[in-house]
Design a protein. Structure first.
Length: 281
């Protein structure tokens, strides 16, 4: 059993290939532009009919989509949080990150940011507070809010749905061994960005979301996970993995052996070099 973590200058837990992330980014970017508007019939002018929140969107993206859909000044939805009276867990301390549940929300005539946010949180509570999720969280020595936090990392890190359970297992294995999670997605959240690539300087940012520097889970979820990620968080795939790296699209490798992980990382960097991208440390 490994009880020590190699130095941060030699280990990177989550290194996805640029191509995979670029492809995903293109899908999300396209979605971000197109999803807020579904067309209602009857009028020549397009009118918003529903707001679609994709899995893995951060709260900031949801706020921006609501502003755009309801044709409100940028920042209006975020400012409305104080008046929304959202039914969030006490641990959230008023931050709805993780509880703006990904789904399609039809827009009524009287739609407001407060009503949309409340509907999202109510949907999340129905999904998360039911017996399967609550019991699954307890089975893994977590409360529901912690399970949603794990799910948000799984949502951000897993290259495919099939990988979600393995990523969740890596999280639990590292927590059980007293190892920092060292997840790039939490660093990106701390830095307010989603672009691929994490530098050594990035891993030293002073933030409670920096899982290279801080032990345990981040203080809140880092995005709004979907049902697959939540299921993975409460039913992690059995395994002893401590590391993973997506060498290339469709080829994510999980291992408990650091030396093997280093070889996988070397292959990942060779792929980046071949495509003209700089290798990561």
């Amino acid at each position: 059993m490994q009880t020590n973590t190699p130095s941060r200058s030699t280990i990177r837990l989550t290194r996805r290939g640029r191509l995979a992330l670029a492809a995903l980014g293109a899908v999300v970017a396209g979605t971000a532009v197109a999803v807020p508007l579904l067309i209602m019939g009857g009028d020549d002018e397009a009118r918003p009919a529903a707001l679609v929140v994709p899995e893995g969107w951060r709260a900031s993206q949801v706020y921006a989509a609501i502003d755009k859909t309801l044709e409100l000044p940028a920042g209006t939805t975020k400012k409305s949080l104080a008046k929304a009276a959202l039914k969030l867990p006490n641990e959230a301390e008023g931050n709805p990150e993780g509880y703006l549940f990904p789904a399609t929300y039809p827009l009524q005539e009287e739609a407001t940011p407060q009503k949309l946010l409340a509907r999202m949180v109510d949907t999340a509570n129905k999904k998360f507070n039911g017996a399967p999720i609550a019991a699954g969280a307890q089975r893994n020595a977590m409360n529901v809010y912690q399970a949603v936090t794990v799910a948000s990392i799984v949502q951000a890190e897993a290259a495919t749905r099939d990988d979600m359970g393995k990523v969740a297992r890596v999280i639990f294995n590292r927590l059980e061994r007293g190892m920092p999670l060292q997840m790039d997605s939490t660093v990106h959240y701390a830095l307010g960005r989603s672009a691929p690539g994490t530098t050594e300087a990035d891993t030293k940012v002073d933030s409670p979301y920096n899982s290279y520097q801080r032990m345990g889970l981040p203080p809140t979820p880092i995005d709004n996970p979907g049902e697959d990620a939540v299921r993975a968080a409460i039913n992690p795939t059995p395994g002893d993995w401590l590391y993973f790296v997506t060498v290339k699209p469709g080829d994510t490798r999980f291992t408990a052996d650091f030396a093997e992980h280093q070889r996988n990382v070397a292959e990942f960097n060779a792929q980046r070099t071949k495509s003209g991208e700089p290798a990561e440390k």
